[in-house]
Write a protein of this length. Structure first.
Length: 447
């Protein structure tokens, strides 16, 4: 489809006329549905199990063990994404995750979630998952027209997020008494989704998703040498493209604030909020946290709808700036009261911020970076995504009490969001007020 005029009046509808996009979209949905199921099993076992207590340090340690190690090898994976067939990566990554999920469920049922074996197997599943998501992002520009990237990112990323939320909801409903054995059974269900995603991904040709060199025999020694050289080349390529580098910096600020906010929310629902006598609409514990996730999902949908509409009228740089500034107000207005209702509202608002920022950043990076470097750049992106989140959670854990109440920290997060918005606006001042180029009404392409 790339390079072909699209004459449908609906850009979203025209995306599904591309067999490549339809298949990639289905691969994403099935995989991220399984991700949600697996993540629900992890949350139930690590944070809300009746068999263990949870404090700020324990939550931060869990984030660190599960996210940080992969972040250190992510750029190496990105170099390989620019050498290996991305279509083959999608198939094999899903199959590998299936085996690892079975192993993780077995360890959880036999040994529980307190020891190193469980964290190592869970880490392996998540590591492959991040590699998989970087592959999806790197391959998307190969199956859509450049003028459709904003809409394609909005639809793909949002639908994937919603699929993850649906999977998480299924996992919560199936967790039963929340014991390790029950969580292990939920984890096994995720393997079904990964197998289905792998079967669908088999329909891609070896070079459809890139890179152009895919499928050519390369000695292992050459691959390893390319990893080291590719890291340097990828970093230089990114720094030379100011829109992409500035966008990644803005996303890093958001993830720092979001990581600390996530820790506060987990602790509040674990140790502060309690279910009202006689029941009620607002819940505590994992059911209450699920309500926040659902509210965030609704915000995600709104962010996905708004972002393509806004992109027709203002620059993505201005939209990102406005979102970061809005997040500062959310931290103050909805966070400081420490009430279940305001936390739900904060979840909704930050869902809009997260989705609008991610779609805009993804699009800026995809437009600014050459295809030969996309795998490396998106793996660096993914690394920053995780490192910022874990670093913020670790720092927040040092000052948060067990119930998560720290109003000075919320004020500091609001200030960081505001500084990030101002800094990004300054770094992007040349493009900030530039209006998008008009599109042809017949083709939907930029003139």
């Amino acid at each position: 489809m790339t390079g072909r005029n699209l004459r449908s009046p609906s850009v979203s509808r025209s995306l599904f006329r591309s067999p490549g996009f339809r298949r990639l979209y289905g691969v994403r949905l099935l995989s991220q549905l399984a991700d949600g199921v697996f993540q629900a099993s992890l949350a139930s076992a690590v944070f809300f199990s009746p068999e263990r207590q949870t404090d700020a340090a324990a939550v931060a340690a869990g984030f660190s063990v599960l996210l940080l190690p992969y972040s250190l090898i992510g750029p190496f994976a990105g170099t390989l994404l620019d050498r290996w067939s991305r279509a083959h990566v999608l198939v094999r990554a899903n199959l590998v995750r299936t085996g690892l999920v079975v192993l993780s469920a077995g360890v959880l049922a036999a040994l529980g979630a307190d020891g190193l074996p469980f964290y190592l197997t869970a880490l392996a599943v998540i590591s492959v998952n991040r590699f998989f998501l970087a592959t999806l992002s790197a391959g998307l520009p190969r199956v859509v027209d450049p003028a459709q990237l904003v809409t394609a990112n909005s639809l793909s990323v949002t639908s994937g997020t919603v699929a993850t939320l649906v999977g998480a909801g299924i996992g919560v409903l199936l967790r039963g008494d929340g014991t390790d054995a029950a969580s292990a059974l939920v984890a096994l269900l995720a393997g079904v989704g990964y197998v289905a995603s792998a079967l669908l991904a088999r329909g891609f040709g070896v070079r459809v998703l890139g890179p152009d060199e895919a499928g050519r025999p390369v000695p292992l020694a050459a691959d390893l040498h390319a990893v080291a050289a590719g890291l340097v080349a990828g970093a230089r390529h990114l720094l030379a493209r100011r829109p992409a580098a500035a966008a990644l910096a803005a996303m890093t600020v958001h993830r720092l604030c979001f990581g600390a906010t996530t820790l506060i929310t987990l602790l509040a629902y674990r140790n502060l909020f309690v279910d009202p006598p006689g029941g009620g609409l607002l819940k505590a514990g994992l059911p209450g946290l699920t309500q926040v996730v659902v509210a965030s999902g609704a915000g995600t949908l709104l962010g996905a709808v708004l972002t393509p509409l806004v992109a027709r009228r203002i620059s993505p740089q201005l939209w990102i700036t406005g979102l970061l500034a809005g997040a500062a107000a959310v931290e103050l207005g909805f966070g400081l009261p420490y009430q279940e209702l305001t936390f739900l509202l904060a979840g909704f608002a930050l869902g809009v911020v997260s989705q609008g920022t991610k779609i805009s950043v993804d699009t800026l990076v995809q437009r600014s970076v050459d295809d030969a470097f996309r795998g490396r750049v998106f793996s660096v992106y993914d690394t920053l995504f995780n490192v910022a989140f874990v670093a913020a959670a670790a720092l927040a854990a040092a000052v948060l009490p067990p119930d998560g109440v720290s109003r000075p920290l919320l004020v500091a997060l609001a200030v960081l969001y505001a500084v990030g918005a101002a800094g990004y606006a300054y770094a992007s001042r040349a493009e900030l007020l530039r209006r998008p180029a008009p599109r042809s009404p017949a083709t939907g392409k930029i003139n």
